[in-house]
Design a protein around this ligand. Sequence first.
Ligand code: 13P
Length: 252
Amino acid sequence: MRKNIVAGNWKMNKTLQEGIELAKELNTVLATDKPKCDVVICTPFIHLASVTPIVDKAIIGVGAENCADKESGAYTGEVSAAMVASTGAQYVILGHSERRAYYHETPEILKEKVRLALANGLTPIFCIGEVKEERLENRQNEVVRAQIEGSLFDLTAEEFSKIVLAYEPVWAIGTGLTATPEQAQEMHAFIRSVLAGKWGKEVADNTSILYGGSCKPSNAKELFANPDVDGGLIGGASLKAADFKGIIDAFA
Ligand code: 13P
């Protein structure tokens, strides 16, 4: 059966020292009060090698926020999936809307990133979601379907079964506007129907689909209570141990 997951996306926040402090704090808090879901923290690249050894792997998984679309070589400033995996990280966020919008990551580029992440044993947390205009025009379903088709439809059922999806409506990211539980459930059910159409019901039922966008301790419970919402991808509220723990506690 699919797992419930609460994943933090630190984005471009925290110095190395601050990141180590946060990871230590989370590790201590979750060691004494064990989470009822999988917990992942996705950190800037330079934090990975320091953070992986200080968290209890059985409780907290670690991931990167991105990886390169090339295997290795003369790509100055890039970090490969193999490098990410060599730090002990197990996850990588791919296709985040900030990467799509600000760094022009196309479905084709993301397809390569997914391929390389899987080849290096990483679990991609693949992000999809519509912008505000698309929602206002009621085009969210076709947009999200195209994002899945464009980057993931080449995968076999076996390959796809290693992927975690995160539905992040762009209009809800960092804005304080959260999708209503009904909007989240409706979209997650739609996403699952797309997966079922392509890879079959069993694969669809076993895929964890996380919600992201202004998720916080006060709204996590009602969002995660939906049958097709299997947890969250958390930005701002993952930067404080108490807030992140508050969201994790939505799975009581
Ligand atoms: P916020 O939780 O800050 O809205 O960010 C969500 C997000 O983009 C996680 O990837």
